[in-house]
Unconditional design. Structure first.
Length: 191
């Protein structure tokens, strides 16, 4: 289906709005790599997302898989969404299942009061800022997951394609996988 003039205009405005993030990505990527290499072996990783929480569940399951059998295998990986009502659409589940991940309702025990994660992964800048006050986490241990993307980006934030189609979820999960693989490689190089 071809895009109409209004759709093209929206895409152009969106691209212009995210141009600063695109230009800063290489610098942010290098910073995320350097900071993550200096973390040592995190004990608790917390992944937060906003919206349908399919991103945090997907990312947590993938991160657990990536660290299995490595020196990071004992790291506890937990999820917490800003909206804990799990209402991901059918395509979110179907695409995740095709990638070997089953999206389930929240099963992680909440992070206990007073226990700060050693590694906090968020999907966007607003979440990173709000997390500083919510968790007693050194700001150097808070990362925007999209900053680990080794490819050029269109958006820094990993926004959930709520009510999106399978193609949108496939692209979103593919990006999460790239970011997590880069993160794990960086963590392992620092251990």
């Amino acid at each position: 289906m071809s895009m109409g003039p209004l759709d093209k205009a929206r895409d152009l405005v969106d691209d212009l709005r995210h141009l600063p993030d695109q230009r800063k990505h290489d610098m942010r990527h290098a910073d995320a790599l350097e900071r993550s290499r200096g973390l040592g072996r995190p004990r608790v990783a917390l992944i937060m997302c906003a919206g349908t929480v399919c991103h945090s569940f997907y990312a947590a399951a993938r991160l657990r898989t990536l660290i299995a059998g490595t020196p990071l295998a004992d790291m506890v990986v937990q999820t917490e969404g800003d909206n804990l009502v799990h209402r991901a659409s059918g395509p979110a589940h179907d695409v995740a299942a095709a990638r070997g991940v089953v999206l389930l309702a929240p099963t992680d025990a909440p992070v206990p009061e007073g226990v700060a994660p050693d590694l906090l992964l968020v999907m966007g800048e607003a979440q990173a800022l709000s997390s500083k006050g919510r968790w007693s986490v050194d700001p150097s241990r808070i990362f925007i997951l999209g900053d680990f993307d080794p490819l050029a980006i269109r958006h820094r934030e990993l926004s959930e394609p709520e009510d999106g189609d399978a193609e949108m979820y496939e692209a979103s999960y593919e990006r999460i996988d790239r970011c997590l693989q880069t993160l794990v490689s960086a963590l392992l190089s620092g251990v």
